[in-house]
Design a binder for this molecule. Structure first.
Ligand code: CTP
Length: 445
């Protein structure tokens, strides 16, 4: 066992009280069952880096499922168990979950590189992990609570800011680690170690990434594009020859980099302007990444990443529409708000942000910004039920009338419920004739 070191004070300073209480309770239960329990992986890494992370992974030396069930029962929460993998998830809330894994000798197949004799179950579990910085463990049992366990030099690498694999077969075991290395390097502003970089290049040269299933490959790309700033990571993917594997023509050249930086600005602008609205930022970057490809290369990428029919169609539709709007609609000298609304309404926010980044023209960005801020939420005061009460017969006429009212709002022709009635009197007098007829025949509304 490596020398232990207490990081109790870091735990107390960095974590919310609620989380500390949970960790302590997990430790107490472990004691009761005569197990050892540890928080491990990214959670401990981020604790030492002082980066908030509430994705808690714990490893118990014992039966993780039994452990999770007991814990859930005594705390009145839910445990989702995966018998096949001997893992469970304790669900405290939407934001707070604890993944429980079992470290037990009998679960492991011994990797070729592993001298098994003097390995504890915990060490074995940690040895299978990707990088040294992800192999730190924090003891949860009460007597040792807050002790850091570092078998593989993770602390030193955190201090030296180095991404390093544990053994030479790491990328062979799991080629997604090539992209994970790049992602962590850029996220933390670390450096991939020299030996690790060589292993990565060899792994790419040996075609290991080609062995990866499309969905997993796509997921790793997505994770990179979800980073706060994916620009340097995508540049690194190009340098390591990973982008070229998607399509031979794909490069992260200065043009693409500029596009990415504009996308980044657009995404931050949107998130700041519309705080609570969901946005899949990675899709905007992905649209950017593939935007220069010809149809046959595009199809190669789609097939390689096993993208769904839906995704392919949507992507093609977006590219086609964006180009045609920039060449057609947005070349017109003037636009009524209702025209902008009708033109942009079929797009998702992600697609509009791509359009904003794709164009150099400020007036186009302004029009889209007006759409986001002012137009897209416009509602009529009169609703379908009001038309129904007026005796308007069911049919497409409802949509037509309500759309006209929205347009009238957008163009400033009506502002209130009263204006809307006035508008209908002028443009749809038949409604009122109908209503009068119904009244005289005794129908009530
Ligand atoms: N892991 C691994 N090899 C992989 C994926 C994951 O060894 N291909 C290990 C790592 O030790 C990691 C842990 O599994 O710490 C959990 O994986 P994940 O949740 O993806 O990692 P985090 O390090 O928490 O990354 P992130 O901060 O992006 O969530």
């Amino acid at each position: 066992w490596p020398k232990k070191k207490s990081i109790h004070s870091v735990v107390m300073e960095q974590l919310p009280g609620e989380v500390i209480a949970i960790l302590k309770d997990l430790g107490k239960l472990a004691d009761r069952l005569h197990y050892k329990a540890y928080a491990v992986g990214g959670f401990v890494r981020d604790l030492l880096l002082r980066r908030p992370n509430l994705d808690i992974d714990i490893v118990v030396e014992g039966d993780g499922i039994e452990f999770a069930k007991e814990f859930a029962a005594s705390h009145g929460i839910r445990a989702r168990c995966h018998k096949k993998f001997n893992t469970a998830v304790l669900i405290f809330s939407d934001k707070l979950k604890v993944d429980v894994a079992s470290a037990r000798f009998e679960y492991y197949q011994y990797p070729a590189a592993l001298p098994i004799v003097e390995f504890s179950s915990l060490k074995m579990d940690l040895y299978r992990r990707d990088f040294t910085i992800n192999t730190l463990a924090l003891t949860l049992n009460p007597d040792d609570f807050g002790q850091l366990i570092d078998f593989f030099g993770g602390q030193r690498d955190l201090k030296d800011k180095i991404i390093r694999v544990l053994h030479n077969l790491s990328f062979v075991e799991d080629p997604t680690r090539i992209m994970r290395a790049i992602r962590f390097e850029q996220r933390f502003n670390f450096k991939i170690g020299k030996q690790t970089a060589t292993l990565m290049k060899n792994a790419v040269r040996m075609g290991l990434i080609q062995k990866l299933g499309g969905r997993r490959f796509f997921h790793e790309i997505d994770l990179i594009l979800m980073e706060e700033n994916p620009v340097p990571a995508v540049r690194r993917m190009d340098e390591y020859g990973v982008l070229g594997l998607l399509a031979s023509g794909m490069r992260f050249d200065t043009r693409m980099e500029e596009l990415f930086n504009r996308i980044r600005n657009m995404i931050s602008w949107y998130r700041l302007s519309f705080l609570d609205e969901p946005l899949e930022g990675s899709w905007v970057y992905f649209l950017g990444l593939l935007s220069g490809l010809h149809r046959n290369d595009l199809e190669k990428v789609w097939n390689r990443l096993e993208m769904t029919e839906n995704q392919r169609e949507r992507m093609l539709w977006t590219y086609g529409q964006v180009e045609s709007l920039l060449r057609g609609f947005f070349q017109l000298p003037e636009h009524r708000p209702s025209d902008i609304y009708r033109t942009l309404q079929p797009f998702k926010p992600e697609e509009l942000l791509f359009m904003m980044a794709r164009t150099e023209r400020e007036e186009v960005r302004k029009a889209i910004s007006h759409y986001f801020h002012r137009y897209r939420r416009v509602r009529t005061e009169l609703k379908g039920k009001d038309l129904k009460a007026m005796g308007v017969p069911p049919g497409p006429i409802y949509r037509i009338i309500l759309d006209e009212l929205i347009d009238a709002h957008l163009n400033g022709e009506v502002k209130s419920l009263q204006d809307e009635w006035g508008y209908l009197k002028v443009h749809h007098p038949e409604i009122f004739e109908n209503a009068e007829k119904n009244m005289s025949s005794g129908m009530s509304f």
